[in-house]
Design a binder for this molecule. Structure first.
Ligand code: FAD
Ligand code: NAI
Length: 470
């Protein structure tokens, strides 16, 4: 190989895991290349995930507030409506700006960016089918697989991104469907279901499990469902989607109770399939080089992110753990720190997760159900936003903060927030868990008034003693 095509590190995939790993590797003085087949950096998250969904959630929330809450607040605005095309263009502009920004960061940090599909041909060799045609051979001492994930298909249902859509289609519909059925009441179903509900669709979410929210604390999940129901989303929990009948030209979603029983049909203009995501390793050459996968098709790694093949590593959605952008980023940093001879580490006990609906739902650590199952004795501190002055001043006081602390040591084991700005508030909770704080530690920390963060302080007061404002 030619000298300039030999690298210390080659990262396959330019998503939050891969691009962060590449930048960090370059910052640590490693000669680094990042290979991305999409034509744009940022992966699922920036292009068809976190960012476009948050843009649509934000604009549709503003629309909802203007239309429904302005009169209650004494604000007058007439003829509030929207232009879907312009709303989508704004979203696209946000995405383009951010993906372009990563390209600049690559230049700044001297990461080589190769546009094409990478395939591992030997432990330190890659071949890239370039987007612009032709191919390029790359040699690298260390190869990091960061190829991410893709939507899990619903057996027998073909996604056409118009009538039957996955999350990518749901971020780019050209008209507002009159009726939308969402298969799966997890994060994607609830976020994107909210977007289209706010724009006027009749949304029905069908969820196989007994509760929505894919494993969130069950008391929080219950109030979450109540809140979304009051916004007009219909829910069918403990219900299985059996299939979709398209024989009449329309979409007829066939459902049956989880416990068995009579099948019924729900008519829909558009069906959103959001039943989870699966690791993406197509055409990577893993079988040929002998990289082991687990039973779910994820690349198997140890706590140093090493696969069974020396010199090949994996991070992000393609390995075990929550499929979250920040989890992928932490792993990217830790992985290259280990490669550079440092001591990279990810604390999986302190990874937050957030649902960006309104109210938002955010959590870190254990749920009440998990602690019960583990036989851990705990105390609960609960504080409602109704008793928080800032939430009241903002006319946005639905929800509560729930703190779970060890009954003996008072160490915080889990914090669950449903309410305004929960996604920002959770950062303090993550810090508390990371530093193994007690609920008393947080309760005795001065919080600015009037802020939503005082609700977390008071929930901590409730966990170890008594709150003041309740
Ligand atoms: P990805 O982001 O999937 O990136 C992998 C990249 O690798 C892709 O760009 C792909 O094109 C490329 N690739 C694959 N194979 C090859 C190959 N052989 N050669 C070259 N390139 C290749 N997470 C959050 O934390 N917060 C959110 O708000 C959030 N919202 C989401 C909303 C939606 C609608 C979706 C779908 C996901 C959301 N996620 C969110 C999840 C988040 O997008 C993922 O967890 C994150 O993108 C994973 O990062 P990654 O780097 O592991 O993989
Ligand atoms: P999910 O795992 O969150 O939820 C899928 C839901 O579908 C589960 O509740 C499951 O019980 C249900 N389900 C599965 N099969 C079903 C069937 N046949 N009928 C009815 N229900 C069925 O997966 P989702 O929502 O597709 O999202 C994928 C991943 O993307 C998330 O797990 C998350 O990691 C990531 N994501 C994160 C976001 C965030 O952090 N805000 C936003 C969007 C996605």
């Amino acid at each position: 190989a030619v000298a300039n095509k030999e690298y210390d590190v080659a990262v396959i995939g330019g998503g939050p895991g891969g691009y962060v790993a590449a930048i960090k590797a370059a910052q640590l003085g490693l000669n680094t290349v990042c290979i991305e087949s999409r034509g744009k950096l940022g992966g699922t998250c920036l292009n068809v995930g976190c960012i476009p969904s948050k843009s649509l959630l934000n604009t549709t929330h503003m629309y909802h507030v203007a239309k429904n809450d302005f009169p209650k607040l004494g604000l007058k605005a007439s003829d509030i409506s929207y232009d879907l095309d312009a709303l989508m263009k704004n979203k696209d502009k946000v995405v383009t700006g951010l993906t372009g920004g990563i390209e600049m960061l690559f230049k700044k940090n001297k990461v080589t960016y190769v546009k094409g599909k990478g395939r591992i041909t030997a432990p330190s060799s890659l071949n890239v089918d370039l987007i612009d045609g032709g191919s390029e051979a790359i040699k690298a001492k260390h190869i990091i697989i960061a190829t991410g994930s893709e939507p899990s298909p619903f057996p027998g249902l073909k996604v056409d991104q118009e009538k039957i859509i996955d999350s990518t289609g749901a971020l780019a519909l050209k008209t507002v469907p009159k009726k939308m059925v969402v298969i799966g009441g997890g994060v994607i179903g609830l976020e994107l279901g909210s977007v289209w509900r706010r724009l006027g669709s009749e949304v029905t979410v069908v969820e196989f499990a007994d509760a929505i929210g894919a494993g969130m604390d069950s008391a929080i999940a219950k109030s979450f469902q109540r809140s979304l129901t009051s916004q007009g989303i219909k829910f069918m929990t403990s219900t299985k989607v059996v299939g979709v009948d398209q024989s009449s030209g329309a979409q007829s979603v066939i459902v049956e109770p989880k416990a068995g029983g009579a099948q019924t049909k729900i008519e829909a203009d558009v069906v959103l399939v959001s039943i989870g995501r699966r690791p993406y390793t197509d055409g990577l050459g893993l079988k040929e080089v002998g990289v082991a996968l687990d039973d779910k098709g994820r690349v198997q790694v140890n706590d140093q992110f090493q696969t069974n093949v020396p010199g090949i590593y994996a991070i992000g959605d393609v390995i075990d753990g929550p499929m979250l952008a920040h989890k992928a980023e932490e792993e990217g940093v830790a992985c290259v720190e280990n490669i550079a001879g440092k001591h990279g580490h990810v604390n999986y006990e302190a990874i937050p997760s957030v649902v960006y609906t309104h109210p938002e739902v955010a959590q870190v650590g254990k749920t009440e159900e998990q602690l019960k199952a583990e036989g851990v004795a705990f105390r609960v501190g609960d504080f409602p936003f109704m008793a928080n002055s800032r939430a009241r001043a903002n006319n946005d006081a639905v929800g509560n903060v729930k703190v779970l602390a060890d009954a003996k040591t008072d160490r915080i084991l889990g914090i669950h927030i449903i309410g305004p700005n929960a996604g920002e508030l959770i950062a303090e909770a993550v810090l508390a868990v990371e530093y193994q704080a007690s609920s008393e530690d947080v309760a005795r920390t001065c919080h600015a008034h009037p802020t939503l963060s005082e609700a977390l302080k008071e929930a901590c007061m409730a966990a170890y003693d008594k709150p003041i404002h309740m």
